[in-house]
Design a protein around this ligand. Structure first.
Ligand code: DSN
Length: 439
């Protein structure tokens, strides 16, 4: 048995030897991550230090409350851990207050709604099928059952290559806001390949007397790296996840103006959560520290450069890019120009068989359901961490084109899978763990 997908220095690697059933599964997942391409826009490869903190003894401690105000004894060290994470989050984003306890981005968003709204209040946010998130008021989400969501979307697609459309329709944002008088406006998206500026949202919010929440889940790491505008100064509150471009552990966080600190903190605990996951909070501190290093700026710039090359290369393969390109870490592909009959669902399954992990996604005004879709979303955050650059992005686009064109040919798919494995062998996400394997 090898040392699995975790840092060999932690006790976990040793102890899992006594649970061969689980150890085998972890080994299989480590192999999958090492030998196939990870192009899901919301994923990344954390550092071994983040893995170590996540697998640490801090998981043993109950710490309901906040530093200096806990409901359990023995939290002297935990207080320092959480304070370190809060200080680093504030420094990273230039914020007045941070709450690092949300277990996920969805919880962070719910906490903001709970802090700033009464049930039934109106919220203006981006529609799911236009690029928004489930927690932005999708009918399938509890958010839409508690609060009244009204929506904005993107402008129509156009054939004019200078003005391809499919960018946030700010006329619509203003028009709906004036008509509906929302108490909160939500900026931010989950499948939107362009930078999102806070300024136009702030102007509308001020005009109609709404608060502005920015859901920074996807580009948080790009903001930390200085390659996406920072919305913190212009927003009342900013939520984000720590595991996407920010490259930390799976989790959420909130930064806000000092005047909202008490409301936000109470909404997270005791409003929505019990004991915080302090091992994850520690890992968030590690990730915030890593994101402050100069190397992280270079990483963020490379993520965006890689996404641009991936997008251009996919366009050369015959795919249409939503909004005509990308300014961030992801590309949203409309499959219909490539092949009218190819759905996102089938494309995702075919690419899985070829060792290329992506997710199907609706595109703006998608004629197909969210389960089937006409699009794919691809991101470059993870494979950039593994060291890939423009040359590999061009190669990946060719492999995607080949796999989808020859999707009925098992031999061809197996050949692509072999080429993917060969490519991945040169860019392993955890070389230090492979060293441990061989030791
Ligand atoms: N955060 C979403 C994503 O972008 O993958 C899932 O909720």
């Amino acid at each position: 048995m090898t040392d699995l997908s975790t840092n060999r220095a932690t006790p976990m690697g040793t102890w899992l030897r006594h649970d061969p059933e689980l150890a085998k599964l972890l080994e299989e997942e480590a192999t999958r991550q090492r030998t196939t391409l990870q192009l899901i826009a919301s994923e990344n490869f954390t550092s071994p230090a983040v893995l170590a903190a996540t697998g640490s003894i801090l998981t043993n401690k109950y710490a309901e409350g906040y530093p200096g105000r806990r409901y359990y004894g023995g939290n002297q060290v935990i207080d320092e851990v959480e304070d370190l994470a809060r200080r680093r989050a504030m420094a990273l984003f230039g914020a007045e207050h941070a709450n690092v306890q949300p277990h996920a981005g969805a919880v962070a968003n719910l906490a903001v709604y709970q802090a700033l709204l009464e049930p039934g209040d109106t919220v203006l946010a981006m529609r799911l099928d236009q690029g928004g998130h489930l927690t932005h008021g999708s009918p399938a989400s509890i958010t839409s059952k508690i609060w009244r969501f009204v929506a904005y979307g993107v402008t129509p697609a156009s054939n004019d290559s200078q003005h391809p459309g499919e960018t946030i329709d700010f006329d619509q944002v203003a028009e709906v806001a004036r008509r509906e008088r929302p108490k909160l406006i939500v900026a931010g998206a989950t499948a939107y390949p362009r930078q999102i500026l806070a300024d136009p949202f702030r102007q509308v919010a001020d005009e109609v007397g709404a608060r502005l929440m920015f859901d920074l889940a996807h580009p948080a790491g790009l903001v930390a790296a200085g390659v996406h505008p920072n919305p913190v100064a212009l927003s009342d509150v900013v939520t984000f996840t720590t595991h996407k471009t920010l490259r930390g552990p799976r989790g959420g966080a909130i930064v806000c103006r000092a005047e909202l600190a008490k409301q936000i903190d109470s909404a997270v605990f005791p409003g929505l959560q019990g004991g915080p996951l302090e091992h994850v909070v520690a890992a968030k501190a590690v990730a915030f520290g890593e994101a402050q290093q100069p190397e992280f700026r270079a990483y963020g710039a490379q993520v965006v450069a890689n996404a641009q090359v991936l997008g251009e290369s996919l366009a050369a393969e015959g795919f249409r890019l939503v909004s005509g390109g990308t300014e961030n870490h992801l590309v949203l592909v409309d499959l219909r120009r490539f092949d009218e009959d190819l759905t996102g669902k089938v494309a995702q399954e075919v690419l899985d068989r070829a060792g290329i992990t992506v997710n199907r996604n609706t595109i703006p005004d998608d004629p197909r359901s969210a389960f089937v879709t006409s699009g794919l979303r691809l991101g470059t955050a993870a494979e950039t961490t593994a060291g890939m650059g423009p040359e590999q992005m061009r190669h990946i686009a060719r492999l995607i084109g080949t796999a989808l064109r020859r999707r009925h040919d098992d031999t061809e798919l197996a050949a692509v899978r072999g080429e993917v494995a060969e490519l991945c062998a040169g860019f392993v996400p955890y070389p230090e763990l492979d060293g441990a394997r061989e030791a």
